[in-house]
Design a protein around this ligand. Structure first.
Ligand code: PPE
Length: 305
């Protein structure tokens, strides 16, 4: 990871190296924390943060779901993120912002409401999540032997730190088996999401993506649905079963970090021609034009710093 200059912690900008925490912080032991992942891209007019308001809103909503009282308003957090990107004087095309809240030092035991809430905004330069090569050629996906936790036991719509244990197990399994990424089904056997991205497939010219019944309400997924519809492509939001994945014409993942990453293989079955498909390519290039400020139609999603 590339260090940056400053991190915003509990209302103040402090040097990157000084943003530390005690080993007995509550979240380290019991796993209740919330995170966001937001991106700033270098445009012709300087850095622009993509869908800043939506990401900050989701952070506060995740915190509400997991009973963490963040003592800052969305407006304060938005202003601080803009200032964070400015102050760090980044140079690269891709800046990743990680807003998060966790429970700090002071109490032990599962009951967490007396633990202090720590709010942090960090940012650093972070390139292609699944590799530059993956963006061009597509990645290999393995359906995980782990399923996404059922709605009766976890909260998939919260971007909760705790949900990433399940993601880590699936990711590790996929990598160990020689794949790039894991795809998780829900407890009923329908496609939920990848370990850190939403899933899309294309059949007969139609774009299909599952509802967020058992998954994070992905902001990139919502964006791509809008883009595809604007391009005149029909989009279906419906459940997908395993065997249907194998006969997809094209597939891709979406996420703030994953952006639009094509999928060229699932469980040893070649998807389409085993390369980035033509519709995927169109959606991907439209997405990059949008985030890099090259398409005035989507300017309203950009916050210039
Ligand atoms: N599902 C999961 C489980 C997930 O973590 C992400 C984002 C998404 C879907 C896509 O959501 P959105 O970014 O709103 O389109 N994963 C973040 C963290 C990845 C990481 O490894 O860290 C991200 O993309 O920022």
């Amino acid at each position: 990871m590339d260090a940056a200059k400053y991190i915003w912690m509990n209302g103040k900008f402090i040097p990157w190296e000084e943003a530390t925490t005690h080993v007995l912080s509550h979240t380290i032991h019991y796993g209740n924390g919330v995170i966001e992942g937001t991106k700033a891209y270098k445009t012709k007019k300087g850095y622009a943060i993509f869908r800043l308001k939506e990401h900050t809103k989701r952070l506060l909503e995740s915190a509400k779901m997991t009973l963490i009282d963040v003592p800052y308003t969305a407006e304060e957090l938005n202003e601080a993120q803009i200032e964070l990107v400015r102050k760090n004087e980044f140079i690269g095309d891709n800046v990743y912002i990680r807003p998060f809240a966790f429970l700090g030092y002071g109490v032990m035991g599962v009951y967490h409401k007396n633990a202090p809430v720590e709010t942090v905004l960090a940012a650093w330069e972070w390139g292609a999540y699944l590799g530059e090569e993956g963006l061009k050629r597509g990645i290999r996906l393995k359906i995980s032997s782990f399923s996404r936790p059922a709605n009766t036991s976890n909260m998939g719509k919260a971007k909760a730190t705790a949900n990433y244990l399940n993601s880590q197990l699936a990711k590790h399994e996929a990598i160990e088996c020689g794949y790039d990424e894991g795809l998780l089904l829900d407890d009923q056997g329908y496609v939920a999401e990848a370990t850190g991205a939403a899933f899309f497939m294309i059949r007969d010219g139609k774009v299909i993506t599952p509802p967020s019944d058992n998954a994070l309400e992905s902001i990139t997924q919502r964006t791509v649905i809008e883009l595809a519809e604007d391009m005149g492509i029909e989009v279906l939001r419906r459940r997908i079963t395993r065997e249907e994945l194998y006969i997809a014409d094209e597939a891709f993942l979406t996420g703030t970090a994953a952006e639009v990453t094509p999928v060229r293989e699932i469980d040893g079955r070649m998807i389409g021609k085993g390369e980035r498909g033509p519709i995927t390519e169109k959606i991907q290039s439209t997405y990059f034009d949008m985030v890099f400020g090259r398409n005035p139609k989507y300017e309203h999603y950009l916050t210039y710093v």
